[in-house]
Design a protein around this ligand. Structure first.
Ligand SMILES: [Zn+2]
Ligand SMILES: [Zn+2]
Length: 342
């Protein structure tokens, strides 16, 4: 089968073709697993973190990709949840132990044995992949394969981030960074919390216009002061300055949720600007969001159906994965990038 594989960690700025198109054997589903014929796979910023070594795959080569949609082609022994031909999605969570305290309480994203799709196991930048059947999720009919892919990561993690803010209707939410996850969170907030204001901070004027088009109450540059203080903010940027700026914009008792698997080092000195009185005093909190649990994926897909969310997408062929990644790195973004795999 065709797959785009990562053989070694490298800098995308220096190497514009980190992935190599290769012919590798089709995987065989083990007991409890299903083999999925992949039709689409979303391209995520986390792939950049994997390629560049901020969250390196434990073994190389590996097939990246954790927003895969396809149909069940074969089932392994003892796998009975799906029939052949069923459409499923595979998100960032590939597996977890199922027994520990975190797994039992539904926070399997925090399990010590958490495995990530496309990092700890081969993912969806390929014609086929296997997955434990318990971690494949049915895809609601409303969505095409292309539309469903970005919902599996940006949407699910956006949903979890929003849950972790503890936002209540009428409170104001800030979004710093406005990529795939941000635009879905904005739509969710407008649906679930109709009395809440949404304030978007983005570096590019294009992103700010896009935010206003989607109903943001205000949009400004990363360091601009919003017209009022905010109760919670979600940061989806890969850098530090927005964190410092966000803390300044919080109300007393406000919470910043950082939705980024790793932060880059390039502007770490921005943290020296942190002033206890301005940025942290009065019980302001910082919380990160780690991975996603299955319920986040399932509940978000349900919510997306209710809201009729259709993500903005841009399609690439499997062979064009490198170009999609470079564009992501250089922030040529309008909507979510999706590989359409034949
Ligand atoms: Zn992702
Ligand atoms: Zn566990």
């Amino acid at each position: 089968m065709k797959a785009m594989i990562l053989r070694q960690i490298c800098s995308i700025e220096e190497n514009h073709t980190p992935l190599e198109l290769t012919d590798i054997p089709e995987p065989v589903p083990a007991a409890g697993e299903v083999l999925v014929k992949v039709s689409t796979c979303g391209v995520c910023h986390t792939e950049l973190d994997e390629i560049e070594g901020r969250t390196p795959p434990p073994e190389l080569p590996v097939v990246l990709g954790h927003q895969a949609v396809g149909v069940v082609e074969r089932v392994g022994e003892k796998a009975s949840r799906f029939d052949i031909g069923d459409r499923v999605g595979i998100a960032w969570i590939y597996s977890a132990c199922g027994k520990c305290k975190y797994c039992r309480e539904g926070n399997e994203n925090l399990c010590a044995e958490f495995k990530a799709t496309g990092r700890d196991a081969d993912g969806g930048y390929a014609q086929y992949m296997t997955v434990p059947e318990d971690f494949a999720v049915p895809i609601p009919e409303l969505f095409t394969d292309v539309e469903a892919a970005p919902l599996l990561c940006a949407g699910a993690i956006g949903y979890r981030s929003l849950r972790l803010t503890n936002l209540k209707d009428g409170q104001n939410l800030g979004l710093t960074g406005f990529g795939g996850s941000g635009h879905l969170v904005l739509k969710m907030v407008k649906h679930r919390y109709p009395n809440s204001g949404v304030f978007v901070f983005a570096r590019s004027a294009k992103e700010r216009d896009f935010a206003r088009e989607l109903g943001a109450d205000w949009a400004g540059d990363t360091s601009e002061a919003p017209p009022q203080k905010l109760d919670c903010i979600i940061d989806t940027t890969p850098v530090w300055k927005p964190v410092v700026e966000a803390m300044k914009n919080l109300n007393p008792g406000g919470r910043l949720v950082i939705n980024a698997i790793r932060k880059e080092e390039i502007d770490k000195e921005a943290l020296l600007e942190l002033d206890y009185t301005t940025h942290l005093w009065e019980e302001k909190e910082i919380k990160s969001v780690a991975n996603v649990a299955r319920m986040d994926v399932i509940e978000f897909l349900q919510l997306a159906v209710e809201m009729g969310i259709k993500p903005e997408t841009e399609e690439f062929a499997l062979e064009e994965a490198n170009r999609a990644l470079v564009e992501l790195k250089t922030r040529k973004i309008r909507g979510a990038k999706v590989l359409a795999i034949e």
